[in-house]
Design a protein around this ligand. Structure first.
Ligand SMILES: Cc1cc2nc3c(=O)[nH]c(=O)nc-3n(C[C@H](O)[C@H](O)[C@H](O)COP(=O)(O)OP(=O)(O)OC[C@H]3O[C@@H](n4cnc5c(N)ncnc54)[C@H](O)[C@@H]3O)c2cc1C
Length: 467
C-alpha cells in the first residue's frame, strides 16, 4: 500500500483579489512562483509537499480573520500549517495559512496558566514556565507545535499519566470560525464549540491562541537506556513486568530503532538496530529506581542517561530527531497487551531488525489518561492502554517498503487494537472514522454543520464532514 496522492480542490483567485488581501494583512501573502513560497509551504515532514494556490503567513489574529474571509469568499478550502509534524494528504488549490510567525507565550504564574500563540512550539513554553517553577503538558519533542499537539489530544510522557490529556487541560481558546469571527471560547461561553475544538482541531476554525494549564514540576528522574536489538526480548518482558503496577507518576515506553548509517549519527548508534527504554519518574530517585529494577536486571545499556534532570532537559528522554526529514507514520491503539500480543510484537521485532522501519514505539497510557474528567475533550485514545506507533524515514523506495512493513505490524497486532488510532499519531490516509468513537463523530458532525456548513476547513487528515 502506498500513501495517497493529490486531491484537486479548487481554482486560484485572480491577481487583483490577492493584491487586495495583501493590503489587508501584515504577514506575507504568497502565490506559486513568489520567492519564499516553497519554504513557507514546507514543514518538518519533507514528504508533505503541499501545493496551495495561496499562502498567508499570518502574524496576528486579524491576519487570520482576513485569510479566512478571503478563503470563504473565493470558495477555497483552508488548511493550517504550524510546524508540519503531522502529515495530511497532498492537495492542490487551497489557501494555506501558516502560523510560524505567531510565537508569543505569556505565563500567568498566579493562575498557573500559559497563553500560547498559534505558532509556538513546546520549547517556547517550557523555559518561561520553568522560570515560574511550572511545567506544561508537553510531549516528547520540543519542536512540536503546542496548538496542533493539544487539539489532537496531547500525550505528555511526563505528566500525562498523573493529570491526563493536554486537551482536557485547556482553559480557553481564541479561534476564528468560518465566518471570520474571532471567538474567545471557554467551557462556560460555548461548551459545545469548546468541546469540539479540543479534538476536532482545524475542522472548526483556526486557533489563534490557547490558554493551557501549568503544573508545579521542576525536575524528573529518568532518561533513556539503549541496548542492542539482540536484547529486545529481555527488554519487552521487563517492560510488561514494570507497567502493570506502575504508579501514575511514572511513565515508560519502549522503542525499536533501526538507526541509519549516516555520518551525523554518533557512535554507538550509527547504523545499528537498537532497543530504547524511555523512563520518566516524578517521585523520588529511589522510588523510580525501585520501579525500574527489572530494567536494571537486564544489565548495563550501551548508553544510559537515567538520572535526575532539570525539567528543561525533557527532550533527552525520547531523543526525537530535531532535523526535518521525509517520513510516513502508522499507528494503532491497543486495549491490552497480553502475552500473545507480546509474542507477535517480538516476531515483528525479529523480522524488522535492520529493516526499513526506522522506529516502532510502544507507549504505556493508563492512569489519568484512561479517566474521563468533567468537560472531557473528544479523545478516543482514553479507552486505550497502549499506543503502538511507527515511522519510516528516508528516500521514497525505503519509505514505501517501511510503510508496508508498518502496515503489516499494525495488522498483526489488530486483535488487541481498540480499532482506532490516536489523532496525533494518525497516518496520512487515516480518517475521522478512525480517530473518534461513533458517538463523538456524530456530535462533531452536528457541530460542524453549525460552524462550518460549507466545509471550508477540510484540508486536514481527519476531515469531519457536516452532518
Ligand atoms: C518527533 C515527534 C514527536 C512527537 N511526540 C508526541 C508526543 O509526545 N505526544 C503527542 O501527543 N504527540 C506527539 N507527536 C505528534 C504531534 O503532536 C502531532 O504531529 C501534532 O499534530 C503536531 O502539531 P504541529 O502543529 O507541530 O504540526 P502541524 O503539522 O503544523 O499541525 C498539525 C495539525 O494541527 C492542526 N493545527 C495546527 N495549528 C492549528 C491552529 N492554529 N488552529 C487549528 N488547527 C491547527 C492542523 O489540522 C494541522 O494539520 C509527535 C510527533 C513527532 C513527529
Amino acid at each position: 500500500m502506498t500513501p495517497p496522492t493529490a486531491i484537486p480542490v479548487g481554482a486560484p483567485p485572480g491577481q487583483d483579489a490577492v493584491g487586495e488581501l495583501a493590503a489587508h494583512v501584515t504577514g506575507a501573502v504568497l502565490t506559486p512562483g513568489d520567492e519564499g513560497f516553497a519554504a513557507e509551504a514546507a514543514g518538518f515532514n519533507l514528504r508533505s509537499r503541499h501545493r496551495p494556490a495561496l499562502i498567508v503567513a499570518a502574524e496576528s489574529a486579524a491576519d487570520v480573520q482576513a485569510a479566512v474571509r478571503f478563503a470563504a469568499a473565493h470558495g477555497m478550502p483552508l488548511g493550517v500549517l504550524a510546524t508540519g509534524h503531522q502529515p495530511f494528504p497532498a492537495r492542490d488549490g487551497f489557501l494555506l495559512l501558516t502560523t510560524r510567525a505567531m510565537r508569543g507565550v505569556r505565563i500567568d504564574a498566579g493562575r498557573r496558566v500559559a497563553r500560547v500563540a498559534a505558532g509556538a512550539v513546546w520549547s517556547d513554553v517550557v523555559g518561561p514556565a520553568q522560570a515560574a517553577g511550572l511545567a506544561p503538558l508537553n510531549g516528547s519533542s520540543p519542536r512540536v507545535g503546542v496548538v496542533g499537539f493539544t487539539l489532537g489530544g496531547g500525550h505528555s510522557p511526563f505528566l500525562g499519566r498523573s493529570v491526563g490529556w493536554a486537551a482536557d487541560h485547556v482553559v480557553s481558546i481564541e479561534a476564528v470560525t468560518a465566518d471570520g469571527t474571532l471567538h474567545q471560547v471557554t467551557a462556560e461561553s460555548d461548551p459545545e464549540l469548546f468541546w469540539g475544538l479540543r479534538g476536532g482541531r482545524s475542522n472548526f476554525g483556526v486557533v489563534t491562541a490557547l490558554e493551557i494549564e501549568l503544573f508545579p514540576l521542576t525536575s524528573f528522574y529518568g532518561g533513556g537506556i539503549y541496548h542492542p536489538a539482540e536484547r529486545t526480548e529481555e527488554v519487552l518482558r521487563a517492560f510488561t513486568e514494570v507497567v502493570p503496577g506502575a504508579p501514575d507518576d511514572f511513565t515508560c515506553s519502549v522503542a525499536l530503532l533501526n538507526m541509519p548509517p549516516l555520518p551525523e549519527i554518533p557512535e554507538p548508534f550509527r547504523g545499528r538496530a537498537l532497543v530504547h527504554l524511555r523512563v520518566a519518574g516524578l517521585g523520588t530517585d529511589e522510588e523510580t529506581e525501585r520501579l525500574i529494577a527489572p530494567f536494571r536486571a537486564i544489565g548495563p545499556g550501551l548508553v544510559d542517561t537515567v538520572a535526575r534532570h532539570p525539567y528543561e532537559a525533557f527532550a533527552a528522554v525520547h531523543a526525537d530527531p530535531d532535523q526535518p526529514a521525509p517520513y510516513e507514520e502508522r499507528s494503532t491503539l491497543l486495549a491490552e497487551l497480553p502475552a500473545e500480543a507480546v509474542e507477535r510484537l517480538l516476531e515483528c521485532a525479529r523480522r524488522g531488525a535492520g529493516g526499513p522501519v526506522t522506529v516502532l514505539e510502544l507507549r504505556h497510557f493508563g492512569g489519568a489518561l484512561n479517566r474521563t474528567p468533567a468537560h472531557a475533550a473528544p479523545v478516543a485514545a482514553r479507552e486505550a492502554a497502549f499506543s503502538l506507533w511507527g515511522a519510516t524515514v528516508g528516500p521514497p523506495e525505503a519509505v514505501a517498503a517501511g510503510y508496508d512493513s508498518l502496515s503489516e505490524v499494525m495488522e498483526r497486532l489488530s486483535p488487541w487494537s481498540t480499532g482506532r488510532t490516536y489523532t496525533n499519531f494518525t497516518a496520512r490516509e487515516d480518517r475521522a472514522e478512525d480517530v473518534f468513537t461513533p458517538a463523538e463523530l456524530d456530535r462533531l458532525r452536528a457541530l460542524k454543520r453549525l460552524h462550518d456548513p460549507a466545509n471550508l476547513f477540510r484540508v486536514n487528515n481527519h476531515t469531519i464532514a457536516p452532518r
